[in-house]
Design a protein around this ligand. Structure first.
Ligand SMILES: [Zn+2]
Length: 229
């Protein structure tokens, strides 16, 4: 029979894989290490040093670059003396005006609205945690951010631009405008802010600092399992 003390130790630090539900013994990894599920290889924890500060700085950079990247012209195409230029906003509007309403609205949402809302929410949540002034809205904003995470598609738009450039390279003279460089900066800031975001740490900070957050609501599956055992 296992002694009571050992039993307690075995029940401590349990984690549940969010993808395949495997219950695991959990050990807090060091910054730079990555804890993966042995069954499905899902990342359970990947701590980042100074995650809040880095994420806040990058999301703020993204917000500064957002409006020039969306409203300034990206490329100027010169085909047989006919010049054509456009921004992300004007291309979405042109699609709607040409009758491609669904495509235009999809581009508008996934390339303009959602990336902006994501950056804004990430900045506000990071700022609140940095100042230790979180409230119940921090929980709401972080949940909305996570829901929107897969719907921002700036990188898909970038692939579209690259395909256009490659296809027209031999047919047209291409000039890269200010909006193009702002867009690359915006894309880099968005991708880096997501990669420096340590979600486990953010939830831990929210749980510890946010006044009014119901601890029972944030009870993890592994903690519930510990209670039941
Ligand atoms: Zn798994």
């Amino acid at each position: 029979m296992i002694p009571k003390e050992n039993e307690k130790i075995h029940r401590k630090n349990l984690a549940v894989c969010p993808d395949c539900d495997l219950v695991l013994r959990y050990r807090e990894p060091e910054p730079g290490q990555r804890l993966c599920c042995p069954r499905c290889n899902c990342t359970l924890s990947a701590p980042v040093e100074n995650s809040v500060e880095k994420t806040m700085a990058l999301s703020l950079t993204g917000l500064f670059l957002f409006f020039p990247a969306i409203f300034l012209p990206l490329l100027t195409l010169d085909i047989l003396g006919l010049e054509s230029t456009g921004s992300i906003f004007s291309s979405a509007r042109a699609m709607v005006e040409s009758g491609f309403v669904f495509t235009g609205v999809a581009v508008f949402l996934t390339s303009i609205v959602i990336p902006f809302v994501k950056l804004l929410l990430l900045f506000l949540v990071s700022l609140q945690l940095y100042l230790s002034r979180g409230d119940i809205s921090t929980v709401f904003m972080f949940k909305v951010y996570r829901r929107l995470d897969e719907w921002g598609m700036l990188e898909v738009y970038m692939i579209g631009i690259l395909v256009t450039v490659i296809k027209l390279l031999h047919m047209a003279k291409i000039e890269y405008d200010v909006g193009f460089f702002c867009f690359i900066g915006l894309l880099s800031a968005t991708l880096l802010s997501s990669s420096f975001l340590d979600e486990n740490y953010y939830w831990k900070e929210i749980e510890e600092n946010v006044k009014g957050a119901d601890k029972r609501v944030s009870l993890k599956a592994a903690e519930a399992l510990e209670e039941w055992l």
